[in-house]
Structures are given as structure tokens and as C-alpha cells.
Design a protein around this ligand. Structure first.
Ligand code: ACO
Length: 371
């Protein structure tokens, strides 16, 4: 038995939800490039859950369910108010998402029908949690979700209390489409492992949020913004990045386990970053990002991943940097729950083996002899 570090190249599940073949990402067989240009996030979520694009009527039905479920149970809001100051929004989201199960009477119902409903509930509630926590930590009251608007629109509205600009809604919607699913990424794998024990969907999503939080996965988008803030200006990019490359430090937002010739999602976010810069009449973050890319790709051959340009995009949308990973979660929950449904439809416990590399033939030494 020999272990493959990081399970690189190991095929650990069969799935018909999303694929990465020859560097092309599809959701249910539809190229991400086409979805990014044409589909709304709600259509994509439906596609991931049901394996087909919704009819008008089905989309309307989904919108009504999202409207109905977006309101948080009062004790979950009360809980958010109790978290200590300085709590990271991803820690708040992980805790609050877990607590949702306590107030859902069908939390333990493992029927597919109930699980599909809970997938939609989680999709509706995660954005409300993120926006509510963002306000509560600033001493503001949470804003109740609006009915009949998209997830992107509602989130920006709940965050600020103001009607978001159409361009901001469109940009966030596209970002949500691009982040919705990604084959067997670390957080999705965590979700599948958890529910494969026949644990409930809330446990699966809570595991996934915990896995997404780390900077090698979803936490990279926040880490990119920390880096851009530390650099501060275009003139300082070169010395900062060169020092990192010389020390062999990782530059966040670059590299990928699966894509070696570039992440197909990155170009959409790069374009969005440029357009938002033009609209805001401030190209500094975009220009710094392009310069970083030139250096990292030029010297290391590493290409930007989905997290790199999303950092400048979200900042130009006025979103605080520690909400970037929670935004990733409120999109990826569609993919997590689609994978949970797929796992449960044909379940087998996920229980691999470990290659033992510890000592052998040891004996128990009584405590009196151990000093
Ligand atoms: N900056 C500098 N060097 C890098 C980077 C980077 N971002 N990524 C990989 N490398 C180098 C490594 O140092 C290593 O070099 P070495 O062989 O000389 O030791 C080599 O490339 C291979 O890197 P690994 O870390 O082994 O690659 P792995 O497939 O395990 O990791 C990962 C992939 C985690 C994405 C990695 O590229 C990384 O840490 N990137 C930065 C974090 C990041 O952006 N994560 C988001 C990924 S996308 C997502 O999850 C949404």
C-alpha cells in the first residue's frame, strides 16, 4: 500500500455534475464559457441539482422557494449576535449553517424530496447569513431578504440596505455562476465523505464550509486581496512579487491541482475586473493584478486560478475582503448540495486506507518505567 500525497490524480468518485476534461470545465455537459455568458445563477443551481436547465415555470417555482426560505429562523440571527467580535465571517458562516439544522424539522429526513428542499433552503439561507453577520458585526440590524430578486441582487441589497446597481448585480451573478461547482474539489469531497456515512445534509455542508475556508482552497481569494493591499500600488508590485518568488513563497491565486494550462474561469473574472475598473474610473487593482500575472506566469509558468481576479472584482463592488470566501460558499453550496444528492442516490461509505509509516514492534511500557 503506497499513498499518493494529496490524492493527486486519484479518481475517487463517479459524477455526472461537472467535468474537467482537457482543461474544459462543464456543468452537466455545458461549457462554463457559455454558462458564464448566458445563464443566471438560479438557472445554474437548478441545472446542478436536476441535471437539466429549468423551464420558465420551473425557474419561477425555484424563485418562489428561494424567496420563501431566505428568511432566517430568529434564533439563528440571535446566535449571530452572540459571536465574539473579530469572528471571521467564514467561522460565523460555518457555525450558523450548522445551527440551521436545529430549526429545520425535516433536518433528519433523508428522503430525496426532503433533501432537495433542504438544498434550496441552504442556497437561500447562506447569503442571508453572510449579509446579516456583515451588518451585525458593524452594530447594524440585519436587513430582511427581498422577494422576487436574484440571489446576487438580494445579497447586495441585504448587505447595504440599498438597491444595487444593475452592473453590480450582473457582475456578482456571473461570479456566482463561475464558482457554482468544480468536480471533486476539496470542499465538495468533504461534503461527500460526510454524507456517505448517512449523516444529514447540514453536516455535509458544514464540513464543506470548513474545508473551503483554508487559503489553499476558497480562502485564497481573501489572501489575494491581503496581498494587493500589502503591495499598495503598481510601482511596488515588482519588488514585492520578486521577493516572494525568490523566497519560493506561494503567490495566492496562482496554480491549480488540475489545470496546468490555465483555469477557464479566470479569463471571465479578468474581463470583469477590467470592466469594473473602467466603470469605477480606477484601474489600479486591475493593473496591479495584470502585472502580478505577468511576473508569476513569466517566471514560474503558473496561471491565475478562479480566486485571483475575483479579489479585485469584489473589492471594486465595495465588498469587504473577508466576505470573499463566504461569497464563494454561497455560490458553491449549489454544487455541494448537488453532489450530496448524487452521493446519497447511490451511496457507499467513503473509507480509504492509509499507508502506515510509523514504528513497528513496539511494546507498552508501564508508566512507572517511563520516568
Ligand atoms: N505560487 C508559487 N509557487 C507555486 C504556487 C503558487 N501559487 N502554486 C504552486 N507552486 C509551486 C509549488 O511551490 C511547487 O513547487 P516545487 O515543486 O518547486 O516545490 C509546485 O508549484 C507544485 O505545487 P503544489 O503546491 O505541490 O501543487 P498542488 O497541486 O499541491 O497545489 C494549489 C495546488 C494548492 C492550488 C497550489 O497551486 C497553491 O497553493 N496555490 C496558491 C493558493 C490558491 O490560489 N489556491 C486556490 C486554488 S483554486 C480553488 O481552490 C478555488
Amino acid at each position: 500500500m503506497t499513498a499518493t500525497k494529496g490524492l493527486e490524480g486519484i479518481v475517487a468518485a463517479s459524477s455526472s455534475i461537472s467535468s474537467i476534461i482537457d482543461g474544459v470545465l462543464t456543468y452537466r455537459g455545458i461549457d462554463i464559457d457559455e454558462l458564464a455568458e448566458k445563464a443566471s445563477f438560479e438557472e445554474v443551481a437548478y441545472l446542478l441539482w436536476h441535471g437539466k436547465l429549468p423551464t420558465r415555470l420551473e425557474l419561477k417555482g425555484l424563485q418562489e422557494q428561494l424567496d420563501q426560505y431566505a428568511v432566517l429562523p430568529e434564533p439563528v440571527i440571535a446566535g449571530l449576535k452572540l459571536y465574539p467580535s473579530g469572528t471571521h465571517p467564514m467561522a460565523a458562516l460555518r457555525t450558523a449553517a450548522s445551527s440551521l439544522a436545529l430549526y429545520d424539522e425535516e433536518a433528519q429526513d433523508m428522503s430525496r424530496e426532503a433533501n432537495v428542499r433542504k438544498a434550496i433552503k441552504l442556497q437561500a439561507q447562506l447569503p442571508t447569513i453572510v449579509a446579516a453577520f456583515a451588518r451585525i458585526r458593524q452594530g447594524q440590524e440585519p436587513i430582511a431578504p427581498k422577494k422576487g430578486v436574484s440571489v446576487a441582487h438580494n445579497f447586495l441589497y441585504m448587505l447595504t440596505g440599498e438597491e444595487p446597481a444593475a452592473v453590480a448585480v450582473e457582475a456578482l451573478d456571473k461570479a456566482l455562476v463561475l464558482h457554482a461547482d468544480h468536480e471533486l474539489n476539496a470542499s465538495t469531497f468533504a461534503a461527500r465523505v460526510t454524507v456517505a456515512t448517512l449523516s444529514d445534509i447540514y453536516s455535509g455542508v458544514t464540513s464543506a464550509i470548513g474545508a473551503l475556508k483554508g487559503p489553499l482552497h476558497g480562502g485564497a481569494n481573501e489572501a489575494v486581496m491581503v496581498m494587493l493591499d500589502e503591495i499598495g500600488s503598481l510601482a511596488d508590485v515588482e519588488s514585492y512579487i520578486q521577493a516572494k518568488l525568490d523566497k519560493k513563497d506561494k503567490v495566492m491565486g496562482f496554480g491549480h491541482r488540475v489545470y496546468k494550462n490555465g483555469d477557464p474561469r479566470a479569463k471571465h473574472l479578468q474581463r470583469m475586473s477590467r470592466q469594473l475598473g473602467e466603470l469605477n474610473k480606477d484601474m489600479s487593482l486591475y493593473e496591479m493584478s495584470v502585472k502580478i500575472e505577468e511576473m508569476v506566469t513569466g517566471q514560474k509558468g503558473l496561471k491565475p486560478n478562479v480566486d485571483f481576479y475575483s479579489a479585485s472584482c469584489y473589492t471594486m463592488l465595495g465588498i469587504p475582503r473577508d466576505l470573499f470566501t463566504p461569497i464563494f460558499a454561497m455560490s458553491r453550496v449549489s454544487g455541494w448540495t448537488a453532489h450530496i444528492l448524487e452521493q446519497l442516490a447511490d451511496n457507499r461509505l467513503i473509507r480509504p486506507r492509509a499507508e502506515y509509516v510509523g514504528p513497528v514492534n513496539q511494546r507498552y511500557v508501564p508508566i512507572a518505567e517511563r520516568g
